[in-house]
Design a protein around this ligand. Structure first.
Ligand code: PEP
Ligand code: MN
Length: 360
């Protein structure tokens, strides 16, 4: 159920509706929109008796939501969600594109800083790097853990880049929350419902990757899990799905971008690195992703891909990433979008105008 408030409804009227919903044993989610506020009702097993709510002051109408997802839906919020990062120009879902770049894994302080220096210089606003790696083999490098998180926090300090890193369980999520700016939930955990709910209780935005074989509805339902716990700052990420094709690691499904945008107000970015698994396909698919209208990219970049401890084959060399950024800016302009710099309040501005060499 969805309670749509009148355009001029007061805050007290909105509060009264929420109290009424809670007193009935349900949960109220207030989602302010440009024109009116909507209040989503979750936690109801069957239909909520709408008569009482309909009669309350400030209410325009009470709508039954027939789709399985409610809070992610455009029914509750017609305009796009824009996730901002105070003190920076970076957004997910605004006119500006979000560019997230960095190595697959944090392997050492030197490696991470080398990648960060390059991606900051090329104009990314976000730095990615895994400290907890969900690897297919238990014998593969599993990540540096908290030490890796600390290195990324130091990178934020030095370059001003915002940090995105994956949490693989409750324990790592509690740590990621302390160090990062955005929590990544990986493809393998897209239906780890307990982890999704935990992320839903976090104050940080969540980057939710599409599951390896997830349908559009399963993908949106995973986002619904996060939102149902009260965290409305979710970014979706298409990263390719498993198909019969073997010329790429996964099949990047760019058609899901307009499909999501039709149904949901949430931002969606594209990961051409995991989506293809091949370095030579990352730039062409990045161009296509921007052209199809996504809200940004997450790209793996390594200063020595041949020596990477994970995903070296799909990691761009720094110069390739810089080239990619030039192309992204050109395509963005055609679409009336921009690639904002991280912003004047960030230390990256000082770094970029400084002639001092970067020390680790
Ligand atoms: C990653 O971003 O390094 C990663 C493991 O991604 P995914 O969950 O999409 O495989
Ligand atoms: Mn990777």
């Amino acid at each position: 159920m969805l309670v749509v408030m009148q355009a001029h409804a007061t805050e007290e009227q909105v509060r009264a509706i929420c109290q009424k919903i809670e007193s009935l044993g349900f949960r109220a989610h207030t989602i302010p929109g440009a024109e009116r506020t909507a209040i989503g009702i979750t936690g109801n097993k069957g239909e909520v008796e709408s008569g009482t709510l309909e009669e309350m002051p400030g209410v325009q109408e009470v709508i039954r939501v027939t789709k399985p997802y409610k809070l992610v839906s455009r029914d509750i919020k017609a305009e796009n969600t824009v996730i901002t990062f105070p003190g920076t120009n970076a957004t997910f879902g605004g006119k500006g594109l979000a560019i997230v770049a960095g190595p697959c894994s944090i392997e050492s302080r030197e490696q991470a800083f080398a990648a960060a220096e390059h991606v900051a210089q090329a104009g990314a606003q976000f730095f990615r790097g895994g400290a907890y790696k969900p690897r297919t083999s238990p014998y593969s490098f599993q990540g540096m853990g908290e030490e890796g998180l600390q290195i990324m926090a130091d990178i934020r300090e030095k370059f001003g880049l915002k940090i995105i890193t994956e949490a693989i369980d409750h324990e790592s999520l509690a740590l990621v929350e302390q160090y990062a700016d955005v929590i990544q939930i990986g493809a393998r955990n897209m239906q780890n419902f307990s982890l999704l709910k935990r992320a839903g209780r976090s104050k940080l935005p969540v980057l939710l990757k599409r599951g390896i074989a997830a349908t559009l509805e399963e993908f949106l339902m995973a986002a619904e899990y996060v939102m149902s716990e009260g965290n409305y700052r979710v970014v979706l990420c298409e990263r390719g799905v498993r198909t019969f094709a073997d010329h790429t690691r996964n099949t990047l499904d760019l058609s899901i971008v307009p499909a999501v945008q039709r149904l949901s107000h949430l931002p969606i970015i594209v990961d051409p690195s995991h989506g293809t698994g091949k370095r030579n396909k990352v730039t062409p698919l990045s161009r296509a992703a921007i052209a199809v209208g996504c809200d940004g990219l997450i790209v793996e970049v390594h200063h020595q891909p041949d020596q990477a401890l994970s995903d070296g084959m799909q990691s761009l060399f720094p110069e390739q990433f810089a080239d990619l950024m030039t192309q992204v800016r050109q395509i963005a302009a055609v679409l009336g979008r921009t690639v904002p710099t991280i912003g004047p309040h960030s230390t990256v501005a000082d770094y970029r105008t400084s002639t001092q060499p970067v020390t680790v």
